[in-house]
Design a binder for this molecule. Structure first.
Ligand SMILES: *Cc1c(COP(=O)(O)O)cnc(C)c1O
Length: 363
């Protein structure tokens, strides 16, 4: 592998770390950050780890006006044996590039990006919380930094990785959530940017989320943008249904974001010989299954919650309760298995977890 020259500039004033039972999501950041700069014609340069600090950017930077940006999200766990574990991080770097490709942004060298992340984790490893359910959330992202108000791809970019210790998603135990099926707003359409992790998708989803929250719902269920019939995603998670023993998830269609948790759930189900199908599935089909008592379970999947069981759908003011509003057995098995593998508590038969090793002769 190409040796990556990373300049390291350590902070001389380490911050106080939050108590592990006071951790929220994404509010506190570690002492250091990884950065690299891209200039057209030169490629990525100036890879460095430096003290976490605000950026100075030209107000005309393209990111502020036209949203040319991509991001990723993954977690590092500190396992009982003291090692740092990452769950399928190469998949995140691959997806970062797939998103960049859609947004006309330069690709990063996936191996080198991962190397940069590992170095950053070694440096800030004291920040990885150890309490049950806690982890260090990792946010890689790229922003367009050229100062130019013309609508065209930027000639300059910044790639960064920041880290945030996060608390358990399920502090009060896992309780299934209520979901409002969204009939007006849409998240994405095929041909748009739904399959890329890019800022605009999330900004455009806020309105529906706000309306759902006001009505007492945890998330919205996104339907297809053309007929408002077919199920796409739930909030910023992929969605699964267990109907009459078979597990179904919407097939990738150009607007759904392909989650790494989704991919892992499919692989696990196949490994367990539980039938799993990726196909189009309509809200009408869910309603019929529920009426016939065949809707066994439903759950969202994503890095933050891993598995988020769903207890009720509200579709056009009709309440469709799933499994008496309780977590189903398959949801629980998937949650325990995935989190067990991620934290090193149970064996990883797939080679999904990689350990960050302290390199010799570095620093
Ligand atoms: C990130 C994301 C997911 C889940 O992806 P994971 O890799 O499983 O975390 C699903 N849907 C959307 C819209 C997302 O942004």
């Amino acid at each position: 592998m190409t040796a990556l020259k990373i300049q390291v500039n350590l902070t001389d004033s380490k911050k106080e770390k939050p108590l592990s039972d006071h951790l929220e999501f994404g509010r506190v950041f570690t002492d250091h950050m990884f950065s690299a700069d891209y200039i057209e014609g030169q490629g990525w340069t100036n890879h460095r780890i430096e003290p976490y600090a605000p950026l100075q950017l030209d107000p005309a930077s393209i990111i502020f006006h036209y949203g040319q940006t991509v991001f990723e999200g993954l977690k590092a766990y500190s396992s009982k044996d003291g090692t740092i574990k990452l769950f399928r991080p190469e998949q995140n770097m691959k997806r970062l590039n797939q998103s960049s490709e859609r947004l006309c942004m330069p690709l990063v060298n996936e191996e080198l990006a991962l190397e940069g992340l590992k170095r950053l984790l070694e440096i800030d490893q004291e920040w990885i919380p150890t309490a049950e359910g806690t982890s260090l959330y990792i946010r890689p992202f790229i922003i367009a930094t050229e100062a130019y108000l013309g609508v065209s791809p930027s000639k300059k970019y910044k790639f960064m990785i920041i880290l945030s210790p996060v608390g358990s998603y399920y502090k009060e135990g896992i309780h299934p959530v209520k979901i409002l099926v969204e009939n007006e707003y849409v998240r994405a359409v095929a041909g748009g940017t739904g399959m890329a992790k890019t800022a605009g998708n999330y900004a455009s989803g806020l309105k529906a989320q706000q309306v759902a929250a006001e009505k007492g719902y945890a998330q919205v269920l996104w339907l297809d943008g053309i007929e408002r019939k077919y199920i796409e995603e739930v909030g910023a998670m992929n969605i699964f249904f267990k109907i009459n023993g078979e597990v179904i998830t919407p097939a990738l269609n150009g607007s759904i974001l392909e989650g790494i948790t989704r991919k892992s759930v499919i692989q696990l189900l196949q490994h367990w010989n539980i039938p799993v199908t990726e196909r189009k599935i309509s809200m009408e089909e869910i309603r019929t299954a529920q009426k016939n008592g065949l809707l066994d379970e439903s759950f969202g999947t994503g890095t933050a919650a891993v598995i988020s069981p769903i207890g009720e759908f509200n579709w056009k003011d009709e309440k469709l309760v799933v499994n008496n509003g309780e977590m189903g057995g398959l949801s629980e098995r998937l949650y325990n298995t995935l989190t067990g593998i991620q934290t090193g508590k149970i064996e990883d038969p797939f080679g999904w977890v990689i350990e960050v090793e302290k390199p010799i002769n570095q620093l």
